[in-house]
Design a protein around this ligand. Structure first.
Ligand code: ACM
Length: 551
């Protein structure tokens, strides 16, 4: 007889390491609870539930979407034709989904698996969705197969899980300006976010090297701004005189129909898509399309090299009208409460040279160009607030004074986030040292695909705690959560994208979901093995360093 195993908090490592070695679909597996991010409380029991072709999926009417999602997860690899039915069930051989007011956390859930039935309860549909994600990971990795496979028993070990997240903001960012990815890849990215119980996709849509979202009122943004004539070969730090370009036009954009489809796809997975429209910097593609938005009136070309450009928006009424029009269309497409307005890396050279900018500084009684940027962002904030939304920006928006209701994304380390929280502004932590997935995963960079630099192994991601110790208990409440950023100067293909996010994303998921007292690196590393099997079945190109021990 299998011994009853109770997994409580950290007392888990021994049972995992004994059983993970036997990762086949045999009975031994019931000792393995390969859930990432780690649940708050998981109690393993004797026995298992087997999903069969006649298993019923029933639940509250409000959970139809989640029920259909679960049915689809199972039907694809099993060839079954399970379907969600509204109702209650205490029947044997059923999976029940229900809402439960007694669960405190809006995203919390319980998952109960016994030999007879499975019950998933959530305070909200979102919680139920996360319960389904845990159930998914308790099923064999073959569940991820896109075609039916005959010889798998769809077993789930008996468990009781009680779970809820540490942070309300659990994000992944993707830059589609430097390189863009097909809609199908964006959806795969969203699916990975969902599987990891993350809830935010920060979509970086505009860059110097490409404007990627259709704006009806300004067609040249995509006719001109979405295409560059060529791309730098090699590293962005290459000296100007040594730069070589590939001579190949590159570009593309997402139509508003595609954007709606992606936002809807994400919403069905309880993921908010935060659009980012960069200002006042990282805007040479838009200025190339509409030179009157720049400070010089000169015709520029869409960026072809990496790095920071001096060409930024002029702080004119024309620019404000333009940005308000763009944001109006953007807010119609994205229901997100937070709208990202960029704000990073805006060199002030052109504003120093511009007669208009200098007169505006005088007229508004501003001290310098940093205060002019603050004026710029505050005006945009006022507009966004007037539509019932809030802005979030990179930590440079602190310089010259924070807009009254702005949230801050802290990327140049944690200092910006600490300062913003002290000023009682909401913060999302994305410090480069722990959250930049464009950094190398090995010190042996010669044998890695070209990357921007840095060294960010899975373990370093895992060890990150987004709540700075420097903050008081009261100030810590302003830390909404954290996010990993994926800048794509060197990431040109879905394959390479997968390599840079997996399995670092597993570590980030646990950073933002699991309370620190339940985190344990060795335990996590064991749970990564069955996750890697899932990635194998999904055909994903994950990085192997953490499995081979390569530094
Ligand atoms: C950034 O990495 N420039 C926000």
């Amino acid at each position: 007889m299998m011994k009853k195993i109770i997994i409580l908090l950290l007392g888990v490592v021994v049972s995992y390491s004994c059983s993970v070695k036997n990762q086949d679909n045999s009975k031994k597996d019931i000792n393995v609870y390969p859930v990432i991010p780690k649940p708050e409380k998981l109690t393993g029991m004797e026995g298992e539930f087997v999903i069969k072709s006649d298993t019923k999926i029933v639940g509250d009417a409000a959970l139809e979407q989640e029920g259909n999602y679960l049915a689809q997860l199972v039907n694809m690899p099993s060839g079954f034709t399970l379907a969600f039915k509204e109702g209650k069930s205490n029947e044997k051989n059923s999976i029940s989904l229900k809402l439960d007011d007694k669960i405190e956390n809006d995203e919390g859930y319980t998952l109960s698996v016994s030999q007879d039935k499975i019950v998933i309860a959530g305070k909200t549909a979102k919680g139920v969705f996360y319960g389904i994600q845990s159930l998914r990971q308790l099923l064999p990795p073959e569940l991820e197969s896109k075609k039916a496979i005959a010889d798998v028993e769809w077993k789930v070990p008996s468990v009781e899980i009680i779970d809820s997240p540490r942070y309300v903001y659990r994000g992944m960012h993707l830059d589609v300006g430097r390189h863009m990815f097909p809609v199908a890849t964006i959806k795969e990215f969203i699916d990975l976010i969902a599987m990891h119980k993350m809830n935010t996709f920060h979509w970086h849509l505009t860059e110097d090297q490409g404007w990627r979202i259709e704006i009806k009122k300004y067609p040249k943004l995509t006719e001109v701004g979405a295409f560059r004539k060529e791309t730098l070969i090699g590293h962005g730090a290459t000296k100007e005189e040594n730069r070589k370009f590939d001579g190949k036009p590159y570009g593309g954009f997402y139509t508003q129909e595609e954007v709606k489809d992606i936002v809807d796809y994400a919403a069905k997975r309880h993921i908010t898509v935060i659009p980012e429209i960069e200002m006042p910097g990282h805007s040479i593609a838009a200025i190339a399309a509409y030179p009157e938005l720049g400070n010089t009136g000169k015709q520029y070309e869409v960026g072809t090299r990496w790095g920071v450009y001096k060409e930024i928006y002029a702080p004119t009424e024309k620019t404000f009208d333009f940005l308000e029009d763009v944001l109006t269309e953007v807010m119609e497409l994205f229901p997100s409460q937070l709208i990202h307005i960029g704000g990073d890396e805006a060199p002030k050279d052109q504003w120093e040279q511009s007669k208009y900018a200098q007169e505006l500084i005088k007229k508004e009684g501003l001290k310098n160009e940093h205060e002019l940027q603050s004026y710029f962002i505050k005006r945009i904030e006022k507009f966004v607030n007037s539509k019932g939304r809030n802005i979030i920006g990179w930590d440079e928006i602190l310089e010259g004074g924070l807009a009254p209701n702005a949230a801050v994304m802290s990327w140049r380390g944690t200092e910006g986030g600490i300062e913003a929280a002290k000023q009682k502004h909401y913060v999302v932590m994305t410090p480069g040292h722990s959250c930049y997935f464009d950094h190398y995963q090995s010190k042996d960079t010669k044998n890695e695909p070209l990357a921007i630099g840095g060294y960010l192994p899975v373990k370093k991601v895992y060890s990150y705690d987004p709540t700075p110790k420097e903050l008081s208990k009261e100030e810590q409440k302003y830390i909404l959560g954290a996010q990993a950023n994926v800048w794509t100067e060197y990431i040109g293909t879905p394959d390479y994208l997968e390599y840079m996010i997996l399995p670092r994303m597993d570590a980030m998921a646990e950073v933002v979901w699991t309370k620190p007292e339940h985190k344990n690196w060795n335990d996590f590393k064991e749970r990564l093995n069955p996750m890697a099997k899932r990635y194998d079945v999904m055909g994903l190109n994950y990085a192997k360093h953490v499995f081979t021990g390569k530094k």
